[in-house]
Structures are given as C-alpha cells and as structure tokens.
Design a protein around this ligand. Structure first.
Ligand code: ASC
Length: 150
C-alpha cells in the first residue's frame, strides 16, 4: 500500500513538471482536446450571449454557472498548442508558433475578459452582463481573426 501510494505520488509529481506537450500521447490528441475545449467554451459563452442579447430570459443562477464554466474552460486549450500540433485536422495558423508571445498575450486578454464577465455575471443583473459580454466576445474574435484559418 505504501509503495503504491509513493508511486502514485511520484507519477502525479512528475506529470506536474512535464512540459504541456507531454500531457498528450500524440499531436492529434492535443488538437482534438483543444477543439473540444473551444467547442464547450463556445456553448457556455453563447448562453451568456443569448441572455445579454435578450434571446434567452435572464437567469442570474444560470448566468453565474455558465460564466464559471467559461472561466475554467478558458484556461485549458493553451497547453494543447505544443510542438507538432500545427499540422493535421486544424485551422490553427502558423502565426501561433511564429510569435508565441503574441499568441500568449491574446490568450491572456481573453482570460482577463472572461474573468470580468464572470464577475459581472455574479453581480446578478442583466445590465452588468451586457456591459462585460461585448469586450469578452471581442477577445474571442481577435484571436479568430489573427490565428484561425477561414
Ligand atoms: C461566441 C463564440 C465565439 C465568439 C465569437 C465572438 O459565442 O462561439 O467564438 O462568440 O464569435 O466574436
């Protein structure tokens, strides 16, 4: 039991220190993973948008939950843009890897904006949500414009 526990601890410790790329067995796994995270993020973000735009009735609890999901999901795709993931079933443009610092900045901008969106969603009124939704959507669009092939 002790041995198993110490082995498990070692595996967990190792997995936390490995480069992001090593978290995926194959580049195509990373590509699938990041697409899945964007898809799920878009679903929750879209529900917030529908409330902000009046296409869905405002529901404070749902807004808060959707925003929390977006905040969590917004952290995930970036580790899946490792080496070798520029080729395959992906619309990711080479600029992502050519100027990684700029791409990182764009991803940080998005996470900052969805953080604010989440605060707004927790404020419990639709006006706060409306104010924060547009700037967050702009950070999605900025990345699509620069880094996603048509
Ligand atoms: C969404 C969604 C995006 C962004 C983007 C904003 O709802 O899925 O990727 O908003 O379209 O311009």
């Amino acid at each position: 039991m002790k041995t198993i526990l110490s082995m498990l601890t070692a595996v967990v410790a190792l997995s936390m220190t490995l480069p992001a790329q090593a978290q995926f067995a194959k580049p195509e796994d990373a590509i699938k993973y990041r697409k899945a995270t964007f898809t799920v993020m878009s679903t929750h973000f879209g529900r917030l948008g529908a409330m902000a735009n009046g296409r869905l009735p405002y529901d404070a609890k749902a807004a808060s939950e959707n925003a929390e999901n977006v905040v969590t999901l917004a952290k995930l795709p970036w580790a899946a843009f490792g080496e070798g993931t520029d080729k395959g079933e992906t619309k990711a443009r080479p600029e992502i890897w050519k100027d990684a610092a700029k791409f990182k900045q764009a991803s940080d901008n998005m996470q900052t904006a969805v953080g604010k969106l989440s605060q707004a969603a927790k404020a419990g009124n639709v006006d706060a949500l409306k104010v924060a939704f547009g700037p967050a959507a702009d950070t999605c669009k900025a990345c699509h414009d620069d880094y996603r092939a048509k």
